[in-house]
Design a protein around this ligand. Structure first.
Ligand SMILES: [Zn+2]
Length: 521
């Protein structure tokens, strides 16, 4: 009875009614108890209670809850029919026309590399001030996926996530002597009391102080690996290359505390392996090179570099063995590999996406980060720190994977996996338009991991060709065209796999089979 009145949605949509949920659920449980003495009475009372509830609070608000974007685009009629509404391209906030930046002379000078140009063109980023960007919704979707992959890898080696203040006390930085050492790169500010702060570019001081404050840290708790994924700030003299060299960016920074140098080296090695797994899952070729520890300090350091022509780091890579190093760490006239002593070193360029440092006791000594050892005596922890440029990985991946015309993503972190194109309105094949809706629905029903990953390009006033071009620029891993082939007895769909450039004609089952294997995170 009440279902017809309320058109109670399937459990997946219940969260829309979150404000009413406690009442609704309570009443449901009473009503549904079969044979209960209360049942007839509740049945009489229930519609009135419900109507009052409905009057008092607007049900089905236009701005729906967060976390389930599909609902945002749904017309109310679709919801009441229990149909899972599609994500519509016409409703996605990507406020850039997909025209070529090359045609816009105002922007030409500002575009310093391919990823910046493509991301701007696709409405993924919008410039604010030099080196600062709005990250638009599709970028945030991709970044959140990347963060999930990073979380999986860091937690896989025992990392524990925390979040430290961006506003860092100058006292800590003066204690480590980096307040002066960092020079103009550090963004400094004063509070109303005239006390100095900086916006943290890295958090060795902060995390070491935190650990030092724990009076009873035991050797049994080590290795301790703490990490965060937060905004970092660096006053770059010349911000450029879009998200590759900004003044405000996301970084993952992890800090390790170990009982001995030997164990610290093991931790260091396990982090390097986790980084290698991460880049392999993203399908990115990454080289680990010996590096200079710079102003972070320490005695052992590696960079993780994605080979690219626009890279600002010069690398020497051995043609015969696995040796590679940043040019800065080697005498410049060296051409023979120091590891195998036979191979020739070849210079190439790379984008630094990660950096690891073995710090020893550099910070733990200064800030007194002690633990009690097996003999119950205080002992100073051995430290390491490990960075990953989150926004930089995103931009660098686009830089190395994309074509000149369109973005290509690491599949795992593409903002959306599939774009479905219905035919142009009024065209000869217009009659199959409904199949596109059915397809989107079927994908969500059959493949739960793809829910929220399928968009419908409902701009049917545009030709298929025009929309295909846009889809190619945005780089959805799979584009499905509902066209001529859908008229056949067993409808067939044109499926373009953008990463390989392959085109296939598949039935609905064939398509489900293909995209069922798509990995999501
Ligand atoms: Zn070699």
């Amino acid at each position: 009875m009440f279902c017809s009145l309320f058109t109670l949605p399937t459990c997946h949509c219940l969260s829309i009614y979150s404000e009413h949920l406690p009442h609704t659920l309570t009443l449901l449980s009473v009503v549904r108890k079969p044979g209960s003495a209360m049942e007839p009475a509740v049945h009489r009372v229930w519609p009135r209670v419900l109507q009052r509830l409905l009057r008092r609070t607007p049900i089905l608000p236009k701005r729906s809850h967060s976390g389930c974007a599909e609902h945002n685009a749904a017309p109310a009629s679709a919801r009441s029919r229990h149909v899972r509404p599609a994500l519509l391209v016409s409703r996605l906030y990507q406020p850039s026309s997909l025209r070529d930046v090359g045609q816009d002379t105002r922007l030409q000078g500002e575009m310093t590399c391919k990823s910046q140009r493509l991301m701007h063109q696709a409405g993924l980023i919008h410039p604010s001030s030099p080196g600062c960007y709005y990250y638009l919704p599709a970028t945030v979707r991709s970044m959140e996926k990347l963060v999930r992959v990073i979380d999986q890898e860091m937690q896989g080696i025992g990392g524990q996530k925390l979040d430290m203040p961006s506003l860092c006390s100058a006292d800590l930085w003066k204690t480590s002597e980096r307040w002066d050492l960092m020079g103009k790169e550090l963004i400094r500010l004063k509070d109303r009391h005239g006390v100095d702060y900086c916006l943290g570019p890295t958090h060795e001081e902060a995390v070491t102080t935190l650990v030092a404050h724990q009076a009873n840290l035991s050797y049994r708790q080590l290795p301790l690996l703490l990490y965060q994924i937060t905004r970092k700030f660096r006053d770059e003299p010349k911000p450029k290359f879009g998200l590759l060299r900004g003044r405000e960016f996301y970084m993952k920074d992890m800090y390790s505390f170990d009982v001995s140098e030997e164990e610290a080296h093991q931790t260091y090695e396990s982090v390097c392996q986790a980084y290698a797994r991460l880049f392999s899952r993203l399908g990115l070729r990454c080289v680990q090179v010996q590096a200079d520890a710079g102003n972070i300090g320490g005695t052992l350091s590696h960079e993780f570099q994605l080979p690219s022509d626009i890279g600002e780091d010069r690398l020497l890579v051995c043609g015969s063995c696995s040796f590679s190093a940043n040019v800065e760490t080697m005498s410049s006239d060296r051409s023979v590999c120091p590891q195998c002593e036979t191979g020739t070193l070849v210079e190439s360029k790379g984008i630094e996406v990660g950096h690891t440092f073995y710090l020893g006791k550099k910070y733990s000594q200064v800030f007194n980060a002690n633990f009690s050892n097996a003999q119950n005596k205080p002992s100073i922890a051995e430290m390491g720190c490990y960075g990953l440029g989150v926004t930089r990985i995103l931009a660098a991946a686009i830089e190395v994977m994309s074509t000149e015309e369109g973005i290509r993503w690491p599949g795992l972190i593409a903002p959306y996996q599939i774009c479905v194109l219905p035919p142009k309105k009024g065209s000869k094949v217009d009659e199959v338009a409904a199949l596109a809706d059915d397809l989107v629905h079927a994908l969500g029903e059959a493949l739960p991991h793809l829910r929220g990953e399928v968009v419908l390009d409902d701009r049917t006033q545009m030709t298929i060709g025009k929309r295909l071009k846009d889809a190619s620029k945005l780089g959805y891993p799979y584009v499905v065209v509902v066209g001529q082939g859908a008229l056949e007895d067993t409808p067939r769909f044109e499926v373009i796999c953008q990463q390989t450039g392959e085109t296939m004609f598949l039935s609905k089952d064939g398509l489900l089979n293909l995209v069922g294997r798509v990995e999501t995170v």
